[in-house]
Design a binder for this molecule. Structure first.
Ligand SMILES: Cc1cc2nc3c(=O)[nH]c(=O)nc-3n(C[C@H](O)[C@H](O)[C@H](O)COP(=O)(O)OP(=O)(O)OC[C@H]3O[C@@H](n4cnc5c(N)ncnc54)[C@H](O)[C@@H]3O)c2cc1C
Length: 521
């Protein structure tokens, strides 16, 4: 079988299937549950992930589920009857930098739309209610045994490559003896997902989340699933001597939520609950032969800052074009090793930052417990750093370190995400980002004849932007944003990252050691 096997139908497995299909590569996706998740874990869908969703045609479908912009804040309250302490807002304006922006939409809805997309693509074969139970590989292929959980029928299938998107407890990672490095057991939590009408308490202060400071509720937060009726209550259990995991029966969960709301009029319907452990762990390698780890199987990030799902979806997108080129024999195997070198750096940065956000919360609750008001107030102000992170979102550059997550400057340095500019063709208005998906693209001004001649035997599409070009430069900012003169050019990879650039007509052609086709010169 030529299809890539994907184990796991969470956001990362589904994104891997869609990204591969976008590259013209088929996949067989195996998911042990009968459906996608009904528990809204992640809510923060960042700008870069939305740019990918735009290129897959699902961004519009997700818009009705996004919380309104004014809700992008964390509100600190004693409880719903008590005093409001402060609000911390997301303040960064994405509009100069992206056709999308960061957003708040819950993971169950994201998975639902990814699933619909996957179902619409003939290259994707979806097998839900099916578990992978064994895996082996040799130089030629990967062999897995899968079991249909309804009929208990087992089947053996082979593929040239396998993507392990089987989550934080990845059985594939364990089968391959790949160790995780970092910190485990950073906190034990129970999530209570329920339905209740909190309108009168939240309508004047819509918020992604409410943090509760009442002494008997410390370590409790309540996150909005839809801004209206559905809420996810998170409780840190291990730091509370009065709580154990065993206590969280359905009745106890409802009683706990009643304590938070503190209003006997509010009816509470428990939808489900889940236990999870916070960790900051990264796999020592993402590749073993023909098997690649992606998403939570490769890294477990603290959820503080909302980067776990985003990092995983972007792993899948980074891997898909590389697998496609190797499968099509356009690149040699060494291209696949760049998946780890590029993505582990992102996982390290995002893990470090989300772990520091977790510490920011600890600082607040410690100061509260010690009645240390100056530290409490300073720690609250510091929360602004938690939710403003455009550099980590749009500005990460493969192969480069970066520091300040609040400032993003578009650049075409090699490894950066190629910047967004509005362009036009007739009545059609689009972003430069819409040009990058299936193949390498050389973007330049029509005057850059030298590079257009040089690249005509290179495996890429040539697109000119400017007067008499393929597209008009709508805001006259293409050359400046792309840091080139009218004679320069930028080569963009299928995942939208810069592969090469020449600021004018001087300089050598790119020389990619893994490339097997075209005239490399
Ligand atoms: C409270 C909370 C809040 C969070 N908030 C955010 C946020 O705001 N933003 C963000 O980006 N991230 C957030 N996250 C993290 C996010 O939920 C995860 O990073 C994301 O679910 C990882 O996706 P995944 O596809 O890698 O793994 P999963 O979602 O765990 O999916 C793995 C899938 O593999 C399947 N599977 C496992 N083994 C097998 C097998 N042997 N055979 C077949 N199928 C198998 C499982 O059933 C599962 O469906 C949050 C997490 C929590 C707990």
């Amino acid at each position: 079988m030529d299809k890539v096997i994907i184990v796991g139908g969470g956001p990362v497995g589904l994104s891997a299937a869609v990204s591969l299909a976008q590259q013209g590569i088929g996949s067989l996706l195996i998911e042990k549950h009968p459906t996608t998740t009904n528990h809204p874990k992640a809510r923060g869908v960042n700008g870069r992930t939305r740019e990918l969703f735009r290129s897959w045609g699902i961004d519009e479908a997700l818009k009705p589920y996004q919380l309104p912009k004014e809700a992008y804040r964390l509100t600190w309250i004693e409880d719903f009857q008590g005093r409001e302490i402060t609000q911390v807002r997301a303040t960064v304006d994405y509009s100069p930098f992206s056709p999308t922006s960061n957003s708040v939409v819950s993971q169950d809805v994201v998975e639902q739309e990814l699933l619909k997309k996957a179902q619409s693509l003939p290259l994707i074969d979806l097998r839900f209610n099916t578990q992978m139970v064994d895996l082996s590989q040799d130089d030629e292929q990967v062999t897995v045994r899968i079991v249909d959980r309804e009929t208990e029928q087992s089947e053996t299938i082979t593929a040239p490559y396998l993507i392990a998107a089987d989550g934080a407890n990845s059985s594939i990672r364990r089968l391959l003896n790949i160790e995780m490095e970092g910190q485990d057991n950073l906190g034990e939590f129970c999530n209570i997902y329920c339905e209740m009408d909190l309108d009168k308490y939240v309508k004047d202060r819509p918020s992604v989340g409410f943090m509760l400071t009442r002494p008997d509720l410390r370590g409790t937060f309540i996150l909005s699933k839809d801004g209206q009726r559905k809420w996810l209550i998170g409780i840190r259990i291990d730091s509370r001597p009065d709580l154990t995991k065993e206590m969280f029966t359905d009745e106890f969960c409802i009683e706990y939520v009643k304590k938070i709301v503190n209003d006997p009029q509010v009816q509470i319907r428990l939808i489900n609950k889940a236990f999870w452990t916070m960790a900051a762990l990264i796999a020592q390698r993402y590749r073993m032969g023909r098997v690649f780890l992606a998403g939570d199987a490769a890294h477990r990030l603290p959820p503080t800052g909302g980067f776990g799902m985003n990092t995983g979806i972007q792993d899948a997108h980074n891997l898909a074009w590389k697998l496609a080129m190797v499968i099509r024999k356009e690149a040699d195997d060494s291209l696949l090793d760049t998946y780890y070198s590029e993505r582990v750096q992102i996982a390290q940065t995002n893990t470090k930052w989300t772990a520091s956000n977790a510490q920011r919360f600890v600082k607040i609750f410690t100061a509260l417990a010690q009645n240390d008001l100056p530290t409490f107030e300073e720690a609250l102000r510091d929360q602004a750093h938690h939710i403003n992170n455009i550099l980590l979102d749009l500005g990460f550059i493969y192969g480069q370190e970066y520091q300040n997550q609040e400032v993003y400057r578009p650049t075409t340095q090699v490894g950066a995400r190629a910047p967004h500019c509005w362009i036009k063709k007739g009545d059609q208005e689009l972003s430069t980002l819409d040009l990058y998906n299936r193949q390498f693209v050389l973007v330049c001004h029509p005057a850059a004849q030298h590079w257009q001649d040089q690249f005509c035997r290179f495996p890429c599409k040539i697109v000119t932007i400017g007067e008499r070009g393929d597209y008009q430069d709508k805001e006259q900012n293409f050359l400046k944003t792309y840091e080139i003169s009218p004679q320069g050019a930028v080569l963009v990879r299928p995942d939208g990252h810069v592969a090469w650039r020449a600021s004018d007509e001087k300089g050598p052609m790119p020389d990619f050691p893994w490339l097997k086709i075209g005239d490399k010169r």
